[in-house]
Each structure stands twice: as C-alpha cells, then as structure tokens.
Ligand binder design. Structure first.
Ligand SMILES: Nc1ncnc2c1ncn2[C@@H]1O[C@H](COP(=O)(O)OP(=O)(O)OP(=O)(O)O)[C@@H](O)[C@H]1O
Ligand SMILES: [Mg+2]
Length: 350
C-alpha cells in the first residue's frame, strides 16, 4: 500500500501553479492555478477543447507541462512521477478496459498489475463488481456491456489500488440521464469514504451536484472559480420562462410579470418567449407568475423554471456561449450529441 499522507506535507492534496502546455501552435493550458484540499471534490468545468483533459494528463503524469508545477499530495508530477502514480487512480475519457475479457478478468488483471496476490486480487475484484452493480455481468465479456456498464467497470478499475486521489475525466459523458444519476451516486459514495476527487465535466449541473468547488476553464485559462451557488449567483440564479400563445398579448404578459423578477423580463420576440430572472425564489416565483398571467387572462405554453446552464455561465462570464464562434466545426459537432443526451436541455422544468 502506498503511504497516503507523506510525512511533512500538510498542504492541499492537489496543487496546480501557473501550468502551461502547448501542442505546437495550440496553447492547451495558458497558466492555470487551483488547489484541492484533502477529501474534497473539485469540478473542472469547461466546453470542448477548454484544456480539461490536458490538465488531467499533466496531473496524472501522462504529459509533462511546459511551465509551472503540479503537486499531488506534495509530490511533483514531473520529478516524482513514480511516487505520484502510486497515489492516484484515473478513469480517462475513453475507457481503458479490454473488451474481449470479462469484467472480472479486467479487474483481476488490474489488481495483479498493482502487485496484489492472486487471492487478494480475486477478493478486490469481487468487492468492486458488487459495489458497481456489475456482479451479474461479471463473467461476460466487457464488449457486450452497455456504455454505462463499461464506464462503471472503468471506474472500478481505477479504484483497484484504493487511490488516495482520484481523477475522473468526464465520468458521465455518453450516459443516458438515468445511468448518469447512478454514476453520481457511486461517486458520492467514494467521496464519503474520504477520497480526494478531481472530475471534469461539461455540465454545470453535474459539477454543482458533485463538487465542493468548481473551476471554470476556457481556452486554457481559469475564467471563474467558486461553489456552484457562487457561480449561479453571478448569473442571477433560476429563470422562470414561458411562451405567450397570442403574440398580440406579449406586451400585456410582460407587464403582468414585470414586478416578479430581478430587473426587466427579457423577451424573445421571435417565438414569444419571456424569461424572468428570479434568483433563488424559484418555486415561489413560478406560482406568482401563474397567478398574474391567469388574472390577466393570458394563455401560455411551456411555463417552467430553468436552472442556469453552462451556456448561461459562459454568457455571463465571457460574453459568448460555451460554444465560442471561434470553435472549429469539428468541436461543435462533437458537442451536439452530448447536449442532447439530456442534462443541459434548456427545458429543465421541475
Ligand atoms: N495531443 C495533442 N496534440 C495536439 N493538440 C492537442 C492534443 N491534445 C489536446 N490538444 C488540443 O488542446 C486543446 C485542449 O484539449 P483538451 O483535450 O485538453 O480539451 P478538453 O477540455 O478535454 O475537451 P473535451 O471536452 O472535448 O474533452 C484543444 O484545442 C485540443 O485540440
Ligand atoms: Mg477532454
């Protein structure tokens, strides 16, 4: 077993200072700083190409930075790479499992790589298969697993050696909303057991659910940091939204609800959509909106509360959406299917 708290180190579990990394012309990291206290969860939030995976690769010793430094439990990821590897677990963006082997075989091989004896390897594999709800599928080849099962197996593999610090690169990408929530539950259990966790995500909702602290990165720079509440506070909290059925009644609708929001309601004349920023007074404001519109005899569609999305955060912080106009077409087209997977939908009524 690696020693988890090296003598003399009482600093943060992860410390990143002025990290730079370029690939030829592309500056993937342009000087990022953050730290994670032991036992805490940091969400690294950003759109495609922001630099999330590059940061994870530097922290997990897979890439050397051009400048700056990164420490894991006080150990330098470049100078003490072997020591860092002893302490960490990584579930990368693409699963590292061997598809022709069964789930159990995958975990046992991983355990043997970490020098666990045969009996201990079997025991640990069984324990993790049960923890990740894979016991029934344990002896089937992993190539027959669903995407969610493969992700869970990959996460299980990253935990074989009981790492003190765990890195999860977009652990729920490609999962349907139900599997995503299942994965959140698993991650919460790990954290409750004391693991320090850095996870990357493109979803504000996910970072907000799981992380104590969120660092937002864009084009290789930190553009904001704080708790989910703080970030949402910067963009004014929840939004009550509805569409006025009769375009002739749009102005009357805005008048009816004008006093309910923070500032003037915004109107998208094109489709008669009205949005009211209501801070944290979500459900109360929803009820009041319904009453006011009823009293004024205005028919609406799609009335509901929308929580702030990553797009809203980006709009507020940078003046452009998460999909910057400068993003290459390839990046844009890759983001699309994930957004449709359900979590960043803008119709998030509760
Ligand atoms: N090996 C590489 N060679 C060249 N460019 C790279 C390499 N790895 C990353 N990049 C570039 O560096 C930038 C940051 O990439 P990175 O993979 O860190 O982003 P990301 O935030 O993880 O994005 P995604 O959400 O799509 O996973 C991108 O412009 C990417 O094209
Ligand atoms: Mg990535």
């Amino acid at each position: 077993m690696p020693d988890r708290e090296p003598a003399g180190w009482d600093g943060p579990a992860i410390l990143v200072e002025d990290l730079h990394k370029s690939f030829g012309e592309v500056q993937a990291l342009r000087g990022i700083d953050f730290s994670v206290e032991r036992g805490r969860v940091l969400g690294l939030l950003g759109p495609n190409g922001a630099g999330k995976t590059t940061a994870v690769k530097v922290l997990t010793t897979l890439l050397a930075p051009d400048r700056g430094r990164a420490l894991v439990e006080g150990r330098d990821v470049v100078r003490s790479a072997a020591a860092v590897r002893e302490l960490i677990g990584l579930a990368g963006q693409s699963a590292a499992i061997q598809e022709e082997l069964t789930g159990r075989e995958n975990l046992e091989i991983m355990a043997r790589l970490y020098h666990l004896g045969r009996t201990e390897a079997r025991r640990r594999a069984g324990e993790l298969l049960a923890l990740f709800d894979l016991a029934d599928a344990a002896d089937r080849p992993a190539k027959g697993y669903s995407g969610g099962m493969q992700r869970r197996l990959d996460l299980a593999a990253s935990l074989v050696a009981r790492p003190a610090v765990l890195f999860l690169d977009e652990p729920t990408s490609g999962l349907d909303p139900r599997s995503r929530i299942g994965m959140w539950a698993v991650i919460r259990e790990l954290v409750a057991a004391g693991t320090t966790l850095l996870l990357t995500t493109q979803y504000l909702e996910e970072a907000d659910e799981l992380a104590d602290e969120i660092v937002v990165i864009d084009h290789g720079r930190v553009i904001a940091a704080g708790t989910g509440e703080q970030l949402k506070g910067r963009i004014g909290g929840d939004v009550v939204e509805f569409v006025v059925v009769d375009p002739g009644r749009l102005a009357a609708a805005v008048d009816a609800v004008a006093s309910l929001g923070d500032g003037e309601p915004t109107v998208e004349a094109g489709d008669g959509r009205v949005a009211i920023r209501v801070g944290s007074r979500g459900s109360e404001s929803l009820v009041l909106t319904v009453r006011q519109l009823d009293a004024a005899g205005i028919r609406t569609e799609g009335l509901g509360i929308r929580r702030p999305s990553l797009d809203d955060v980006f709009l507020a912080l940078t003046g452009h959406g998460a999909e910057a106009d400068s993003a290459p077409a390839e990046r844009r087209s890759r983001r699309r299917p994930r957004a449709e997977a359900g979590v960043t939908r803008r119709d998030g009524t509760r």
